[in-house]
Design a protein. Structure first.
Length: 158
């Protein structure tokens, strides 16, 4: 049942922000393209990398955290393994990578402000909700994790 709840959340949240919404915005963007020709195909591996990142994190949340990324169905254990060894927010990073990939693949200028807006909203959500909630839930173990792993730009070694 936990896997199903995680899958449903993946389809709703990341599926919206890193899936159908970038596709919709790119399709609606009729302005000049900022990427054309064969270089635009460099966006496809980025979209794939973003979704692989999200999938990896969802698996870690279910297996290691015994919960889902949904704030209403959070993990019972603090997840500090996998991609969480390098950055505290790999799911948001994955969404941004996917959006960047869609922007390059489609050449859509509309996705650039969308990516910036997504990052700003995610950053504020992390600062104002996620980090205080994790600190209340996991206490000193989250404090140690917070002190050693960067919020956004990952470190190269675990």
């Amino acid at each position: 049942m936990l896997w199903l709840r995680a899958l449903l959340f993946a389809l709703v949240a990341p599926g919206t922000f890193a899936g159908w919404l970038p596709v919709y915005l790119a399709a609606a963007d009729h302005g000049p393209r900022f990427v054309t020709g064969p270089v635009r195909w460099l966006g496809a591996p980025l979209v794939l990398l973003g979704w692989i990142t999200l999938g990896w994190c969802f698996v870690d949340f279910v297996r290691r955290g015994r919960g889902t990324p949904n704030p209403l169905d959070p993990p019972r254990e603090l997840v500090v393994a996998g991609l969480y060894r390098y950055t505290r927010n790999p799911m948001y990073v994955g969404v941004l990578i996917a959006i960047a990939g869609f922007a390059i693949l489609t050449g859509s200028r509309a996705l650039l402000p969308y990516a910036a807006a997504f990052w700003l909203v995610a950053h504020l959500f992390v600062l104002l909700y996620e980090e205080p909630a994790l600190r209340r839930t996991f206490g000193p173990s989250y404090d140690r994790y917070h002190a050693t792993v960067p919020r956004w730009l990952g470190r190269w070694r675990a």
